[in-house]
Design a protein around this ligand. Structure first.
Ligand code: HEM
Length: 126
């Protein structure tokens, strides 16, 4: 962003790769969200349990998916800057903001092994 470098085809390719990776994750996530173990259509809540009042369910059915969808939207906007007809420095500056915001959201919404309540192991199944 600060190097005043010209925007090249190779930069566009990296941004495109980032967007494709994010969209593949979106498809996998959507499948889990709708039909997975805790999917909104497949998981049968025990009697008296409310999704919003249960921190575990709220995380996997609401906080995680919504944050990740927002992050993927930001990545898409970041990639969109590659196609905008603006000065290269503005391209880098705006895309940097979109990508950093997306990264912050992703890091905040991952069920890290050190998180309380929603933790998932580093190597599931081991
Ligand atoms: C950058 C994007 C994403 C990342 C890095 C990510 C990461 C993760 C991780 C690490 C897990 C725990 C897997 C495990 O060890 O058991 C998980 C689970 C899950 N994710 Fe995502 N996710 C992303 C996007 C999404 C999206 C977009 C959705 C929904 C639209 C979603 C829905 C879910 C659901 C429902 C689970 C729980 C699955 C289960 O336990 O059966 N994720 N995600």
């Amino acid at each position: 962003m600060t190097s005043k470098k010209a925007f090249e085809a190779s930069d566009k390719k990296i941004w495109l790769f980032t967007m494709i990776a994010a969209h593949i994750t979106l498809l996998l996530g959507l499948y889990q969200w709708l039909l997975g173990r805790y999917g909104i259509f497949s998981y049968v809540k025990p009697e008296g349990v409310s999704m919003m009042k249960d921190p575990y369910l709220r995380f996997f059915q609401m906080e995680h998916p919504v944050s990740m969808i927002l992050a993927i939207l930001l990545i898409t906007l970041g990639y969109g800057m590659a196609k905008k007809n603006v000065d290269d420095q503005i391209k880098y500056k705006k895309a940097f903001r979109y990508f950093v915001l997306a990264l912050v959201l992703i890091l905040a919404a991952v069920p890290w092994p050190f998180r309380e309540l929603v933790a998932r192991p580093w190597f599931p199944g081991m």
